[in-house]
Design a protein around this ligand. Structure first.
Ligand code: ATP
Length: 288
């Protein structure tokens, strides 16, 4: 095999709680992760130069050694002493620095791609063990689907696919750094938290309305004060019939869950008319 083409899916957090800051500086989290059908295309081609070259379709992203796809390829190719090089092309659709783990997903998908392309024979678990060294969300991105994620995000419990629904993903034209959010969150002072166990149960029961009523992200309280556009987008979603709407990850991307496709389509129109978003997708959960 000389070339492999893959899809790197983005995630949303149906629930996100920050439990405590750990002595090592990381935070212990309690989350429900859900992949959505918004993906980056990744094409990996072998070359004879011995170099790893990354190209993307966007100028805002590094083509260099700090691209997570580069780091993933380098990690495995060094470990397995592979003499060939690779060209990695990434077509970005997942909002960058949007709270959808786009970089982690490109990283996880590149690990899987290099594993297949060079027939390294690593299992999913072995890829996840390596992936966590590159990012806390990388093991989940290898696993995919729906999962409870604890620890820094690497302690994973898979869940069945939730009941089907329509999902609007709306990225406002603002940037929020993950470091800013973690720097401002005070885990001991959080008064409202998501009920992750109840949410997991509603997913197992296939109870969409219950699940939607429970979605909650404690990081939103930090970002909303700074970026009121997040609340504005949520309000448009709710006014247009969303079962519920919250921010994903450290933001600023907002998502809304709809059981009615026409209402979701109308909501997309309204968001477009109001010019509140930079990237906008009407999509579905992705479970394979
Ligand atoms: P998370 O939800 O895991 O906090 P995020 O969705 O907020 O992540 P990402 O798009 O994953 O943010 O990227 C965060 C940073 O990682 C970017 O600002 C970028 O500098 C860096 N990065 C490195 N490689 C990539 C990549 N392939 N795609 C996106 N970002 C990348």
């Amino acid at each position: 095999m000389e070339k492999i083409e893959l899809k790197a899916y983005g995630k949303i957090n149906l629930g996100l709680d920050v439990i405590r800051k750990r002595p090592d500086g990381y935070h212990d989290l309690d989350m429900i992760m859900q992949m959505v059908d918004v993906y980056d295309d990744i094409v990996i081609t072998k070359n004879k130069t011995g170099k790893i070259e990354v190209k993307t379709d966007t100028a805002v992203l590094s083509n260099g050694k700090d691209n997570l796809a580069y780091m993933a390829a380098k990690m495995l190719m060094d470990e397995f002493k592979i003499k060939d090089g690779v060209n990695i092309y990434i077509n970005k659709r997942i909002p960058i620095a949007g709270g959808m783990a786009g970089g982690s997903s490109d990283c996880a998908t590149t690990l899987m791609g290099i594993n297949q392309l060079f027939e390294l024979g690593l299992s999913k678990e072995e890829l996840m063990e390596r992936g966590v060294k590159l990012g806390a969300d990388v093991p989940y991105c290898v696993l995919g689907g729906t999962a409870i994620a604890r620890g820094i995000g690497e302690v994973l419990t898979p869940l069945p696919a939730p009941a089907d629904c329509h999902v609007i993903i709306a990225k406002p034209p603002v940037s929020v750094s993950t470091a800013y959010v973690y720097g401002h969150i005070k885990p001991l002072e959080i008064t409202k938290r998501p009920d992750i166990e109840a949410m997991a149960q509603s997913i197992k029961d296939g109870d969409l309305k219950k699940m939607a009523s429970l979605i909650y992200n404690v990081m939103e309280d930090v970002t909303v004060g700074e970026y009121p556009i997040i609340s504005e987008i949520k309000q448009v979603m709710l006014d247009n019939g969303a079962l519920n709407s919250i921010m994903s990850g450290s933001g600023p991307t907002v998502f809304g869950l709809f059981d009615d496709k026409e209402k979701a389509q109308q909501c997309v129109k309204t968001l477009e008319e109001k010019g509140l978003t930079q990237q906008l997708y009407l999509t579905k959960f992705h479970n394979e």
